[in-house]
Write a protein that binds this ligand. Structure first.
Ligand SMILES: NC(=O)c1ccc[n+]([C@@H]2O[C@H](COP(=O)([O-])OP(=O)(O)OC[C@H]3O[C@@H](n4cnc5c(N)ncnc54)[C@H](O)[C@@H]3O)[C@@H](O)[C@H]2O)c1
Length: 255
């Protein structure tokens, strides 16, 4: 795989700790020849400190995906570092506490709206914000959690992921004629900040480690990163609107 992203210019969102799925993608992408530009949200000094742990320096831009001004200026700010993009990673999700962990029937609309805005609508917002920079053959990849079922405790984040999956298909429809591919990687559970903030997340951990045909390592995000890189590379030129499961095969088996 060495150099499979040689010469590619990637925008990677969603880095907050070294465990972030985005960190794994940025690290592997640099190791495989890509130039990486990062975006961070809120705690920018923390994001910059974590970014320094990557194999190579990477500029960090601020991006709150619910902030129209930051979205509008994103392409110009990216252009200060590179003249175009070959790939974009969306690795962003958030739901207020009321919308997770058993609050499905009681979460107020304002909190549900926040979950949908940050976790699903933002996939479209980010795609549009970066469109002026995207080259023919570019790939956009988002991180999904299988939304074909209702899970314990996942609640409105599950609905947000179902919306993300549908958004991916519509984006694939509209970006395909521009030569841009849009796909998702549906990951199994990995112990990141976002995952640990879901009350009852242990239920996923136990299910996966017990049932995934290939087994599942809750602290290793490299399989997820590898799939993201493959979709961002030139090796999936005719694949769009797709969901690639990187879950040890969990989705394929029953109890
Ligand atoms: N960890 C898992 O088990 C798992 C499994 C499947 C899918 N995912 C998905 O992977 C993606 C990344 O999550 P992670 O597990 O690496 O956790 P993480 O906490 O490391 O990353 C979540 C990121 O979302 C960012 N974010 C939140 N609100 C934002 C906003 N308004 N604007 C911009 N960024 C914002 C945070 O700053 C953070 O960097 C998410 O979409 C998550 O749903 C995670």
């Amino acid at each position: 795989m060495t150099g499979m992203l040689e010469g590619k210019r990637l925008l990677v969102t969603g880095l907050i700790t070294e465990q972030s799925l985005a960190f794994g993608v940025a690290k592997l992408a640099q190791q495989h020849g890509a130039q990486v530009i990062l975006t961070g949200f809120g705690r920018m000094s923390l994001v910059e400190r974590i970014a320094k742990r990557l194999p190579a320096p990477a500029p960090v831009l601020e991006l709150d995906v619910t902030d129209a001004e930051q979205l509008d200026s994103l392409a110009e700010r990216v252009k200060e570092h590179t003249d175009g993009l070959d790939g974009v990673l969306h690795s962003i999700a958030y739901a207020p506490p009321s919308a997770l962990g058993g609050g499905f029937l009681t979460a107020p609309w304002e909190d549900v709206a926040t979950a949908l805005h940050v976790s699903a609508f933002s996939f479209k917002s980010l795609a549009m914000a970066t469109l002026p920079l995207l080259s023919q053959g570019a790939g956009i990849v988002g991180l999904d959690f299988d939304a074909s079922k209702a899970w314990p405790v996942y609640d409105w984040m599950g609905v947000s992921k179902a919306t993300l999956e549908s958004t991916c298909r519509y984006l694939a429809r509209d970006f395909g004629p521009k030569g841009i591919r849009v796909n998702l990687v549906a990951a199994g559970p990995v112990r990141t900040l976002a995952a640990k903030s879901i009350p009852g997340f242990e239920a996923f951990e136990e299910a996966w480690t017990g049932r995934a045909p290939l087994g599942w390592n809750l602290t290793d995000s490299e399989p997820v990163a590898k799939a993201c890189l493959a979709l961002l590379s030139d090796w999936f030129p005719a694949t769009t609107g797709e969901i690639v499961h990187v879950d040890g095969g969990f989705h394929a088996v029953g109890v």
